[in-house]
Ligand binder design. Structure first.
Ligand SMILES: [Ca+2]
Length: 139
């Protein structure tokens, strides 16, 4: 199957497993469609969002966007965003994206485009989005 509710257009986290209550599906976080997933951590927080997908024959790439509003990082805080693929028993297959943002290196263009070629992969994999923050938010 392809990703379920990949753009969060169900208006909730249907299809996804997520930790922490400081994350919501909101209209404010939408890049396309009506909804997007938004993180509003309070202080030191981590969050992971994941779902198991069978990428055989369906996706030739994984594609997505995230954004970090400039007001969300303060007091020398940082936000780490890591997007990874795992086997179904949580062995790391690949790190699609990983970076740490502070007040001084926020994405200049706003939305950051993530695209990862999965044409050489097959079978079930876990797509995980992990965010660690001292004090900030992202969507
Ligand atoms: Ca959306």
């Amino acid at each position: 199957m392809a990703i379920i509710n990949g753009g969060f257009e169900d208006g909730d986290f249907t299809g996804w497993t997520h930790s922490s209550d400081n994350w919501q599906v909101t209209t404010d976080a939408a890049r396309s469609g009506t909804y997007g997933a938004q993180a509003t951590p309070e202080g030191y927080d981590t969050w992971s969002l994941y779902q198991t997908i069978d990428i055989t024959g369906y996706n030739t790439s994984l594609d997505g966007y995230f954004n970090i509003p400039s007001y969300t990082i303060s007091n020398n805080g940082y936000i780490e965003i890591t997007i990874s693929l795992y086997t179904t028993d949580w062995s790391l297959i690949a790190t699609i994206f990983s970076d740490v943002y502070t007040e001084s290196n926020l994405p200049e263009e706003g939305w950051v485009h993530i695209n990862y070629d999965t044409s050489l992969l097959s079978g079930e994999v876990i797509l995980r989005i992990y965010i660690h923050s001292t004090d900030g938010g992202a969507y």
